[in-house]
Write a protein that binds this ligand. Structure first.
Ligand SMILES: *Cc1c(COP(=O)(O)O)cnc(C)c1O
Ligand SMILES: [Zn+2]
Length: 394
């Protein structure tokens, strides 16, 4: 682990710019918007350079100068991050794309990229002296929180819909978490978690409702920059639920520009959702700044089943500023492409992985993507945790 320390200064509101002390336990801003972490980027740039990064061991903590943990000993890690960037073998060629890549997040601890955000949030919770962490989840976030809480010696409670696939309950139980199952969607779970926060003193690690999960997810942006030699790719296709990864990478790009590592060029950010739950594509197409809640969300891709997101305006802003787009794909298409991804590329992914494959096909067809573009698909979760779902599509 590097000897140097964080350059965190304070916390700011993503909407009204109100500032908060970085030693305080924080949730949302008083105005209701997500809070983000600020750093002294001049200092950070003096301490950390692409050359120094190149000499450090590959872990997501190598960016510590621009991560929020103050004391190295508070880091709670299971080896998350530093995932491979795989060049496509066959799908790219069949689409006429020479530079199609997969960022393979399936190899993270607990089988998804949720590990990055939860490792960071649990490390910060430990640093701030919190002891009881709760999360509303459709699956992967609960597993990750439970694992990192076990590692940190903190209490964990998971609130999940009753119809959540079994693996997410079994691993949670093994990790020693308390599990509460709810009749309803992730949104109802969020409501129940809020209740438990008030009644029993749990602290919620729900997406963007505390400032640190996104700081873990932003490391995907730093890694991509490193893997592309600080020339960002042309297009990033991201399966979007609460949007922490999209917003986090967008923040990482700004940070790297402030430190002089990259210029102002940005990848086109593409958000992919499911036809049965597509609040972001709908709001994007209607030209709205906020996304209305999606009624009766339905999709096999649990990670995309987020009917309303507190960071919706941040996602829409990043998509538009980057000249990206947002689209919805059907469950049938994404399942067919989940198979394609396994059979043609050797990547056994959750349905969200199929969704971005469907999306790239469409975007090539519509000429949004040019044959010469460098394109990165985020393969966010492992198929091994979705066997209950996948076996129905064999
Ligand atoms: C949570 C999740 C997503 C969505 O991620 P966000 O950053 O919340 O938008 C996508 N894929 C998988 C497998 C997930 O678990
Ligand atoms: Zn605010």
């Amino acid at each position: 682990m590097p000897e140097t320390r964080t350059n965190i200064t304070d916390i700011y509101c993503s909407k009204c710019d109100k500032r908060y002390d970085s030693d305080a336990v924080l949730t949302l801003c008083s105005c209701g918007a997500p809070l983000l972490v600020d750093y002294d980027y001049n200092n950070a740039a003096a301490q950390l350079t692409p050359e120094i990064l190149g000499e450090r061991p590959n872990t997501m903590w190598k960016y510590i100068e621009v991560l929020p943990v103050k004391q190295i000993e508070n880091i709670v890690s299971l080896g998350e991050g530093s995932t491979p960037l795989l060049h496509s073998r066959m799908i790219g060629e069949s689409l006429g794309l020479e530079s199609l890549y997969f960022k393979d997040e399936t190899v993270n601890p607990t089988g998804s990229f949720k590990a990055r955000g939860l490792a960071m949030a649990v490390s910060k919770a430990k640093e701030l002296g919190l002891e009881k962490l709760i999360i509303p989840t459709a699956g992967n976030a609960g597993s990750a929180l439970a694992a990192y809480c076990a590692r940190a010696g903190l209490q964990c409670k998971i609130v999940m819909p009753k119809d959540t696939p079994a693996p997410f309950k079994v691993d949670g139980i093994y990790y020693g978490a308390e599990i509460e199952e709810i009749e309803g969607s992730i949104k109802d779970c969020g409501g129940r978690a809020s209740e438990l926060m008030e009644q029993e003193g749990w602290f919620s690690i729900a997406t963007l409702k505390e400032p640190y999960r996104i700081e873990g997810k932003k490391t995907m942006g730093y890694e991509l920059a490193e893997q592309f030699d600080f020339n960002l790719p042309d297009v990033i296709i991201y399966p979007t639920g609460g949007g922490t990864g999209l917003i986090g990478m967008w923040k990482a790009f700004d940070e790297m520009e402030k430190m002089g590592w990259i210029g102002s060029k940005r990848p086109k950010m593409v958000a992919v959702q499911a036809e049965g739950c597509a609040p972001i594509p709908r709001a994007f197409q209607q030209g709205k700044d906020h996304a209305e809640e999606w009624q009766n969300p339905e999709t096999v891709a649990a990670g995309l089943k987020v009917p309303s997101a507190v960071g919706d305006f941040l996602m829409l802003d990043a998509i538009r500023q980057s000249k990206g787009t947002a689209l919805a794909v059907s469950d049938q298409e994404m399942m067919a492409d989940t198979k394609l991804l396994a059979a043609r590329e050797g990547i056994f992914a959750s349905p969200e992985g199929g969704a971005v494959v469907t999306a790239v096909k469409r975007l090539v067809q519509s000429k949004f993507i040019k044959p010469t573009d460098e394109v990165v698909l985020f393969i966010t979760g492992s198929g091994y945790k979705y066997l209950d779902v996948l076996e129905h599509f064999v």
